[in-house]
Design a protein around this ligand. Sequence first.
Ligand code: FES
Length: 224
Amino acid sequence: MEKEELDKILNRYARNPSQIIAILHEIQDAERYLPEPDLRYVANELKIPVSQIFHIATFYKAYSLKPKGKHICNVCMGTACHVRGAPLVLEELERKLGIKAGDTTEDREFSLSTVNCLGACALGPLVTIDGEYFGNMNTAKVEKMLEQVKAKGNGGEKPKEETEEAIAEVSSEKAEEKKHTGEKKAEPAEEKPKTKTPVRKKASDQKKKTSEPKPRAGKKGGKK
Ligand code: FES
């Protein structure tokens, strides 16, 4: 990034070192990654150690030190998606894009990565590209999905309601399926009869009993 551009960003935050997170976000948004020379320049201008900036840049997943693609493709590898075939979908994506998860294509069109549960398990196997949800994925759908994203160009984000509708649709389909298969509700476990547990006497009661004075025995063989 040009120095003037970096200065504009720094000035927007009054060159305040406590605003470093927001500053890095702006650079990441503009460049799609955090170039090392930019980080060194920012460290120098804000008078903070370069190591501190690198620590922040590598700590948060939102930042990347490697150039990112125009389209960010995430494959969910959470348990629900995994058991429904997510590894096969990932393999197909890696084959079609010619990269491994964590990498970016040479033309910087796609970045591929894996995530753990996107919170829409009912749609699994699930893939997101630029925030758009592609549910119930399989290897046959991969090519069409990539073509669709390329055709769109900007990979526009699907409105949230559409995703929620899709989740609701899948849930209602599942409920219907359950009804038809006559799946019974799990019966509650049989309640065990309660057994009386002997009540332990308090130690203090025991003590009390033993410390009670014994009645004196009458004199034996008294005077007649
Ligand atoms: S496991 Fe994939 S969305 Fe939850």
